[in-house]
Design a protein around this ligand. Structure first.
Ligand SMILES: Nc1ncnc2c1ncn2[C@@H]1O[C@H](COP(=O)(O)OP(=O)(O)OP(=O)(O)O)[C@@H](O)[C@H]1O
Length: 768
């Protein structure tokens, strides 16, 4: 739902081990107290886990006498006397902690109209409900750590299948958007308020609740006619370790709190006209929810979330990366028996649902260049501030304020300048974070392009992407370039591999991988658009903040009359300078780290190039052998030298790892080892007159007996057993989460491909 749903990609990102656990949805049932006008009680909590429904049939006197008691067991049952605090503590307080730790969580209230859902979720001033308590708890933790946490909130209602922004009700109906495969869902244009002020958020919540569609019905004087979804996203950014402020760890969690509209029966609510129509919509979306619960509980492989916007929004809460609590509400009254039975049956089914819970954590290294830009900008801010202080001092006669007023004014100004500086730092860091993320997305897009190009080069045609035709056109030029490179590569390599010698099954799999890559690309593009938009927004904010700073500083010269005041401002400048120095130091350290990394990458590339050379030489040798070409002596000599080099190098460098049979992926094994390898033997012994040379032969000065026999002339082909020329395998595709995507939700998020991986995939084209 959030436009800022982060993906877990970023430049130079890495993921700490992810804990991913399957967890059962927690089901709680709350029984509301019997009302004054309700006399007969048919339902009660037997203990903390059991609920009993006396399900008598009015017309059946024998049964009535016997009495049928239905007993249901849940994770927790709240009886009529249980208060709001206990309900919150048991169901939601642990979710708040989870959200602060980077997990997604949902708590939703379900049940018939008038059963107490709004009371539990929203409550009133004297009996605040889950929403208020959760926000309070959350802000209690975040309160003194504004630098570390960012909290955003959105609140929407789903009324008659239309989405309305409860924080900006005049904005009209909003659109629910999702990617082509329904993985990432968000509400376009939904207000996301960023705040860490409890008061502000409480006011917003109250305002939102007032904007909700509530009407009296025969069953409930304040019946909510809509589903209300409150989403709070918490982003926690801390350095990976205390000494290194360049590598930041971002944990993002989101808490969804949902007050569903009540299921209702027209004859009981006595609804007519508009109310009746509302009821039909409410029931339809709840029916869709019920169907999803049934399918999920039955372990169905396909669950249809598309029947209503409610189920589309709740998809992640029901089956995705989310810790979920369902609080079913029932009335103890006899006239609500049918509704209670239905609700308990639903809740009982939901008992079998489980979700896969995964923590959304991302490590981000800020980019060197970004740091340097920030440092430069900070330095220019400081020098401007310093120059203001040096400006001519006002004469006492020019100062219109008295000493006390002036001192207050200076203090005020000083605080404001420090404040704007802090805000600037915060915004600049945010920009760097966004840039890192956009870079990660770019890398991920590149990876998907490679998958497509790889398929296209294998099949020698462009992939016809029926879903994203326009995108296909815009991206064709990039892929055509890659196709040409891959083609060249293929012609030097293994024809069989490139001409699609694989089975139909492989082909089908490859095709579905390409289709998936197109889908990923479309998602990435959308995400790029979203983050670019956010970047523009932050940039504007930063510029406004900078301008504010300039205006404040312009006021300084007219106020600074004493040396003490100048001294204090000089100190502020010093603090700013230190901040800039700290950043500069961090950036230097990052430069060093990057250089080391670059060196490692070069070594990997060099190794890969060497392997390719080996392969080309081997193939040429085979060709020479097959066509019995007589070699000029200088070429023979060159090859001998080459053999000696390889021989010497492999004996000095080669250290077989214990786990493989003497074959490392990047280094050539010693020649003797190649010949003793059974995989190698068949191809060499096809000609019985040829026997493998000893190591001295391969590197020695012996004159060949038969100059036409290339093996005699040059020694044996130096090759890695079993190796064939192929495009290097593409790295495994890391799962992508968007917020929320989260998974972020629809919230799935994207994981970045590390620089090393990108360099691996870029291998062939670099070579070309
Ligand atoms: N546990 C409770 N303790 C005290 N009063 C309650 C409790 N549960 C519900 N009520 C009262 O019952 C009435 C109906 O509750 P509420 O509006 O929360 O129902 P609802 O399930 O949200 O209904 P609808 O679906 O029609 O919106 C309200 O006046 C509410 O204050």
């Amino acid at each position: 739902m959030s436009p800022e749903t982060p993906s877990s990609s970023g430049s130079d990102t890495s993921r700490p081990p992810i804990k991913c656990a399957e967890e059962r949805l927690m089901v709680a049932v709350r029984v509301r107290p019997l009302k004054r006008d309700e006399s007969q009680r048919v339902l009660y909590a037997a203990d903390e886990k059991k609920i009993i429904l006396e399900d008598f049939d009015k017309c059946d006197s024998i049964r009535q006498k016997k009495g049928i008691e239905r007993q249901y067991t849940f994770d927790v049952v709240f009886g009529e006397t249980v208060n709001q605090e206990t309900v919150y503590d048991v169901t939601t307080s642990s979710l708040v902690k989870d959200v602060l730790n980077g997990y997604n969580a949902t708590v939703f209230a379900y049940g018939p109209t008038g059963a107490g859902k709004t009371h539990t979720m929203v409550g009133d001033r004297n009996h605040p409900g889950i929403m208020i308590r959760a926000l309070n708890d959350l802000f209690e933790v975040v309160k003194d750590k504004e630098e570390e946490y960012s909290v955003t909130m959105s609140y929407l209602e789903l009324y008659n299948e239309n989405i309305r922004d409860l924080l900006n009700p005049s904005s009209g109906y909003l659109e629910l958007r999702e990617d082509s495969r329904g993985r990432s869902i968000h509400v376009a244009g939904l207000t996301e308020i960023s705040t860490t002020s409890t008061d502000e958020i409480m006011q917003l919540l109250e305002k939102g609740n007032k904007a909700r569609t509530i009407e009296p019905t025969a069953m409930n004087q304040t019946s909510s006619r809509s589903h209300a979804l409150l989403s709070v996203t918490v982003r926690h950014t801390v350095p990976v370790n205390k000494k290194d402020h360049l590598r930041m760890r971002i944990k993002q969690g989101r808490l969804f709190m949902i007050d569903l509209a009540g299921s209702e029966r027209a004859n009981k609510t006595k609804n007519r006209g508009k109310r009746l129509q509302e009821g039909a919509h409410i029931n339809r979306s709840l029916l869709a929810l019920g169907n999803c619960i049934n399918a999920l509980a039955g372990g169905a492989r396909y669950v249809n979330y598309r029947d209503s916007k409610l189920t589309r929004l709740l998809k992640d809460a029901l089956s995705g990366n989310c810790r979920t609590v369902m609080i079913a509400h029932v009335s103890p009254a006899a006239n609500q028996k049918d509704e209670s039975r239905n609700t308990l049956t639903y809740a009982d089914r939901a008992n079998n649902i489980s979700t896969k819970v995964e923590r959304n954590v991302l490590d981000v290294s800020y980019q060197v260049t970004q740091y340097q830009t920030v440092v430069n900008e900070l330095r220019s801010e400081i020098s401007r501030l310093q120059s203001k202080m040096k400006e001519e001092r006002p004469r006492s006669a020019d100062i219109k304020l008295n000493a006390e007023e002036r001192s207050n004014e200076v203090r005020n100004l000083r605080e404001q300048i420090v404040d704007t500086f802090k805000t600037q730092m915060k915004l600049r860091r945010k920009l760097m974070e966004i840039d890192a993320h956009l870079l990660g997305l770019g890398m991920e897009a590149e990876r998907q392009h490679l998958i497509i190009s790889h398929w296209e080069s294998r099949n020698n045609k462009l992939y016809k992407n029926s879903i994203n035709v326009s995108r296909a056109r815009t991206q064709q030029s990039i892929r055509r370039r890659k196709l040409v490179s891959a083609d060249r590569f293929r012609s030097a390599g293994n024809e069989e591999d490139c001409n699609g010698g694989g089975s139909d099954v492989d082909e089908a799999e490859a095709e579905s991988a390409v289709q998936q890559a197109w889908g990923e690309l479309a998602d990435i593009e959308r995400e790029q658009d979203r983050w670019s938009e956010l970047r523009t927004h932050i940039e504007l904010k930063l510029e406004a903040c900078r301008q504010r700073g300039v205006r404040l500083e312009d006021k300084l010269p007219s106020l600074l009359s004493s040396d003490d005041e100048r001294e204090i401002l000089a100190l502020i400048c010093r603090v700013h300078e230190l901040e800039a120095d700290k950043m500069a130091l961090q950036s230097e350290r990052l430069v060093r780290q990057h250089e080391l990394k670059r060196r490692d990458l070069l070594i990997i590339r060099y190794d890969r190039q060497r392997q390719l050379c080996e392969e080309i030489i081997t193939r040429q040798r085979q060709l020479i052998e097959e066509t019995k070409i007589k070699l000029p002596p200088d070429l023979q000599e060159l090859y001998q030298m080459y053999q000696q080099e390889i021989h010497a190098a492999t004996y000095t460098d080669f250290q077989p790892p214990p786990s493989t049979a003497g074959v490392t992926p990047d280094k050539l094994p010693p020649i003797s080892k190649i010949y003793s390898d059974p995989m190698f033997k068949p191809s060499l012994t096809s000609d019985p007159s040829v026997s493998p040379p000893s190591s001295s032969e391969s590197g020695g000065d012996e004159v060949p007996k038969n100059p036409n026999n290339v093996d005699r002339v040059m020694g044996h082909v130096v090759t890695r057993p079993g190796s064939v020329m192929k495009l290097p395998p593409l790295p495994p595709s890391p799962p992508i989460r968007l917020p929320t995507r989260s998974k972020d939700s629809a919230h799935t998020m994207r994981r970045a491909v590390s620089e090393d991986r990108i360099s691996e995939t870029a291998g062939p084209s670099t070579k070309d």
